[in-house]
Design a protein around this ligand. Structure first.
Ligand code: NAD
Length: 484
């Protein structure tokens, strides 16, 4: 059986114990994973600190960014290997992993390597009333050792979204990938070696959250910052954990995102967009829409059209090119999603389609599939309308006015993303500006430019990453004032 090991100071090392890496498509064990001990997390942090004092800390920006491009080259050389590992770990369709996850990992290294070279110095000429002149300029310095903690839904994409800008700024990282999806973080270690990234710059510790590698990392006094993507309540636990060492945090957390569909939309485009927004990656994207608000005039036709879309989705083996719906990540997560399917009924929902588990008559019945599901008829206060489910499911409600649509969409403790579907561009701008979220799409969804700010408000996170926002988080400014 394959063993996925920790990667510390340029070496693969076994841990204090092992846990199983499960293929969600059929429940089989695909690898054993070494769980890092407290001491090994400490070793990883010390290795990262050491790397900052060594060659990595002395590299100029030209050479550093060149090596990050080499990491991108190394991922591209092993593209199929990364795709296979991601598909086996997550159960996501191979078409998605090869179109989105792995290409985005490559892009993360290239974009941030290029961007950091363009981040100039801030400078101010100062003149005081008594005639003293001074020149201020701010130099950007790495934060130091950054702890990177990531989830299972887009494992490589989200890990590299943080690792690439952190390294571009000259930091060293200790990453703790999700216990559900450890494989691509380990493959990335090989790409780092191939690219000539010095030992200790990129370290991987495997394990869980509380009482394991995740918590050891957040509590470590020599970790300078934590960047985290995951559930909101995990964010809250990490915030408590880092409080005593006052570490900066960047949090990308959960969502309960709304889509607002006006009657004047391009109907076909809206239905296609919504189908992606609700069901892509089996609904396991933080940006997915679980609440759809539709102008009453087109409510029935839209519900019917989205139902048809849900029913033609092909739940299949992840490696089949025709598959567009994979399993959920784990038995535990399927239990959670199915508990919401049940709760929706108890809360008085009308089931439009789905609501259960598909039957295949083969090994996929031991996997963690659920049916894509649509509900209507719930009050806005229902738990199924308020709580993040993180599955291929949405609730559709009707509205009569723009004001009502905005109020319903904003009636949530989360605030990650929204999408608006309308042919009236003025309305698109007007409504978009009223959304209490970090990112709003008009007539699109998940259209991302890595230079743009990304993050959420409320329970959806703290701070923004993307473009200069990432570089701002992963660096410290030291203002130098020179009297002239
Ligand atoms: P999770 O919070 O359960 O786990 C995320 C990571 O945190 C894992 O590596 C886990 O081991 C670690 N962890 C758990 N408890 C910890 C603790 N106490 N201390 C330190 N580390 C700990 O999230 P998940 O189930 O892996 O991912 C799904 C969630 O992530 C959803 O809520 C989703 O919306 C969110 N998400 C958000 C974004 C975004 O950009 N806003 C992107 C993707 C996923």
């Amino acid at each position: 059986m394959k063993l996925i090991q920790n990667y510390i100071d340029g070496r693969f090392v076994s841990g204090k114990s092992e846990f199983a890496d499960i293929n969600p498509a059929d429940g089989t064990v695909i690898a054993q994973v070494s769980e890092a001990s407290d001491g090994q997390v400490n070793d990883a942090v010390c290795a990262a600190r050491g790397a900052l004092l060594g060659e990595w800390g002395r590299l100029g920006i030209r050479e550093r960014t060149l090596r990050l491009h080499r990491v991108a080259d190394a991922i591209e050389r092993k593209f199929d290997c990364f795709v296979r590992a991601e598909v086996a770990d997550t159960g996501k369709p191979v078409s998605l992993a090869s179109r989105l996850d792995v290409p985005r990992a490559v892009a993360n290294f290239r974009v941030f390597a290029d961007l950091v070279k363009m981040s100039g110095l801030e400078s101010f000429q100062t003149e005081t009333p008594d005639g003293t002149n001074a020149l201020n300029y701010a130099v950007r310095k790495p934060l130091g050792v950054v702890g990177v903690i990531t989830p299972w839904n887009l494992p490589l994409l989200l890990l590299t979204w943080k690792v690439a800008p952190a390294l571009a700024c000259g930091n060293a990282v200790v990453v703790k990938p999700s216990e559900e999806t450890p494989a691509t973080a380990a493959l990335l270690a090989e790409a780092m070696q191939d690219a000539g990234i010095p030992n200790g710059v990129y370290n991987v510790v495997h394990g869980f959250g509380p009482g394991s590698a995740g918590e050891f990392l957040t509590q470590h006094p020599d970790v300078d910052a934590i960047t985290f993507t995951g559930e909101s309540r995990t964010g809250a636990a990490i915030m408590k954990s880092v409080a005593c060492t006052v570490k900066p945090v960047s949090f990308e957390l959960g969502g309960k995102n709304a889509a607002i569909v006006f009657a004047d939309c391009n109907f076909e485009e809206a239905v296609n967009g919504l189908s992606d927004a609700v069901f892509l990656n089996t609904g396991q994207v933080c940006l997915c829409a679980e609440r759809v608000y539709v102008e009453r005039k087109i409510f029935s036709s839209l519900v019917e059209a989205l139902k048809r879309k849900a029913e033609i989705l092909h739940p299949g083996w992840p490696n089949d090119e025709k598959t567009d719906l994979g399993p959920l990540i784990s038995a535990q997560h399927r239990e959670k999603v199915l508990s919401y399917y049940k709760l929706a009924g108890e809360e008085g929902a009308t089931l439009v389609t789905g609501g259960g588990v598909p039957e295949f008559g083969d090994n996929r019945d031991q996997g963690f599939y659920v049916q894509p599901t649509i509900y209507t008829g719930l009050p806005e206060s229902a738990r199924c309308v308020q709580e993040e489910i993180f599955g291929p499911v949405c609730h559709i409600a009707a509205f009569d006015s723009e004001e009502e649509a905005v109020a319903m969409a904003n009636d949530t403790k989360y605030g990650l993303a929204a999408s608006i579907w309308t042919s009236d561009l003025k309305r698109g701008h007007r409504v978009a500006q009223q959304m209490k979220v970090g990112i709003t799409w008009v007539n699109s969804w998940f259209l991302r430019d890595l230079r743009t700010p990304f993050g959420g408000v409320g329970l959806s996170g703290i701070g923004r990453e993307g473009g200069m926002h990432s570089l701002n988080f992963y660096s410290e400014l030291n203002n130098i004032c020179i009297r002239l």
